[in-house]
Design a protein around this ligand. Structure first.
Ligand code: TYM
Length: 341
């Protein structure tokens, strides 16, 4: 089923409130695109608190606080509730309702092939992982399909989950009629995978054992400067973009380019022959110049949590209207008796 002709294409994305701060990878890989897309798309963005339970261990007070900190950071980064629908996932119960239907259409095999799940099993052993970790990509599919989103702006690590979402939407439509929209991933090649500053073979990740190579948006300036200056590069000295042979330097150039709006080629030319020290010093300054005001704005939103909660309530009210409509069609299509008004 398509939405009315003439509508702007719709995007949906989510971010987990599982850390005290987002990191630069979250911002550059995803949130920055969210901000841009709200100008041209009908945008839905959510703090996925249901997903935050999947590791099986959470502290209720901490989760509540992190969910607000997550929303505050999104607002501070430029997600604008006048231009998009910003909400918290648990405020819209239709996500979990659709998730159950999709769960019953998902094969054990295809769920078992999700690399994030396989990585967890490899790391902790299957016995120590909850069922929620296993079914999590199905809930993610429901997040997307309940809004009939056309595109999903995410980092490269989410590509496989979007593929599963597409498969489930196609399977559903094939069996029950054209109810769901099959979404496309929206992943920018240049910025879809920001690397850990200490280990430029791995993505920057909140779950890395060492956080020395993870730059948090809410880090103090001194901590950020230290992390950037200690970034692992290589034994060469040439400031050159070459992700294959020089992943560390290339990653720094990518971050620098995004934060300063200067093309990578221009940066290569500017730092030609100057070595990595100068590049790191200036990059540290650029990162701090970006994060400091963002941090201030985040704290401003957190100081006024009544206003923050109002924004989230308005977002949830709108999101629920859209989600409820899809769910009605889904429930009808799969054969549930429509409840009396
Ligand atoms: P999460 O919370 O781990 O990450 C949020 C977003 O940040 C991106 N990202 C990165 N991008 C580039 N480089 C990196 N190093 C990097 N690290 C993280 C992620 O790709 C993501 O876009 N399952 C999702 C949350 C989710 C979701 C959804 C996303 C739940 N429902 C529906 C889209 C649509 C997750 O855990 O993202």
């Amino acid at each position: 089923m398509s939405r009315m002709a003439g509508d702007r294409p719709r995007v949906l994305s989510g971010i987990q409130p599982t850390a005290d701060s987002f990191h630069l990878g979250n911002y550059i890989g995803a949130v920055r695109q969210w901000v841009a897309l709200q100008e041209t798309h009908d945008a839905f963005y959510c703090v996925v608190d249901l997903h935050a339970l999947t590791n099986g261990e959470w502290d209720p007070a901490e989760l509540r606080q992190r969910s607000r900190v997550a929303a505050a950071q999104l607002l501070a980064a430029g997600v604008d509730p006048h231009r998009c629908t910003l909400f918290v996932q648990s405020h819209v119960p239709e996500h979990t309702q659709l998730s159950w239907v999709l769960t019953c259409l998902t094969g054990m095999g295809e769920a078992s092939r999700m690399t994030q799940y396989k990585d967890r099993v490899a790391r902790y052993g299957a016995e120590r992982i909850g069922v929620g970790m296993f079914t999590y990509p199905i809930l993610q599919a429901a997040d997307i399909l309940i809004y009939r989103a056309d595109q999903v702006p995410v980092g490269e690590d989410q590509r496989q989950h979007i593929e599963l979402t597409r498969d489930l939407a196609q399977r559903f439509n094939h069996r029950f009629g054209d109810v769901l929209v099959v979404p496309e991933p929206y992943i920018l090649k240049a910025t879809g995978k920001i690397l850990d500053l200490q280990d430029p073979t791995a993505k920057m990740s909140k779950s890395s054992e060492s956080q020395a190579g993870v730059v948090d948006l809410l880090d103090e300036p001194a901590a950020i400067t230290k992390k950037v200056k200690r970034a692992v590069t290589d034994t060469d000295t040439a400031v050159r973009y070459d992700p294959e042979t020089k992943p560390g330097v290339s990653n720094l150039l990518t971050i620098f380019s995004v934060l300063t709006d200067r093309p990578v080629a221009e940066l290569e030319a500017a730092y030609d022959g100057m070595g990595y020290g100068a590049l790191k010093t200036d990059l540290a300054e650029a990162v701090v110049g970006f994060t400091s005001p963002l941090r201030e704005r985040t704290l401003g939103w957190l100081d006024d949590s009544g206003r923050l909660d109002d924004v989230l309530a308005a977002g949830a009210a709108h999101a629920r209207k859209v989600a409820a409509e899809t769910l009605t069609h889904v429930y009808d299509a799969v054969g549930f008796i429509q409840p009396r008004e």
